[in-house]
Design a protein around this ligand. Sequence first.
Ligand code: FES
Length: 245
Amino acid sequence: MNKKIKQRRFSIFRYNPQTPEVKPFMQEYFLDDLAGMTIFVALNNIRETQDPSLNFDFVCRAAICGSCAMLINGKPRLACKTLTSDLKGDIVLMPLPVFKLLGDLSVDTGSWFREITIKTQAWIHTESTFNPELTELPMENSLANEIYEAERCIECGCCIAGCVTANLRENFLGAAGVNKVARFIIDPRDRRETRDYFEIIGSDDGTFGCMSLMACEDNCPMELPLQKQLSFVRRKMLFHGLGKS
Ligand code: FES
């Protein structure tokens, strides 16, 4: 029996910063809603069969690279992980806010995350020099798992785009930035002290700017415990600020 295939209406943000004389607008496309279709597949289909000028990003198609994040019906999500069948009615696609718009649905999250990496000095600070002859230093499994948990961030920007503070404060570090800091605080190989971190994140642009609205954790496609990391880092900074560390 031939089941009737439903058509879906896609309303997609269009704007090219290279041609500012053409104002931003929403463009409509119609597509058969096929079983198991993700937003990523739908966008590719539209680009291949209807409009080759449509701009959006992807690399892995498997929720690993973080490049296909966008606002899907108002919520920051990964296009390659979101099924059209999970969305009701028309599908509205917009670029992530906060990040620099490159065109249509494509934004520059890379520069933002590079800046955060530099600002938080997200690398192991140690005085020991690397010796390839030595065997690896052992680490407790539980600690390795804790570090790995923070490392699971794919830097998609969903937590930043959904964060009220990040939308208001240009230099706010956001949950992804604080998560990076938490990762190095718990790593015993990093010799930095709390006061070193306080210099970087002990302000309203750092951990004290968070309003605990939980949007970061709600929007994280990797389900990272971002609020837990935020409270862990905030507590450390607070105690240091009060002279208790
Ligand atoms: S394409 Fe890589 S996360 Fe979606």
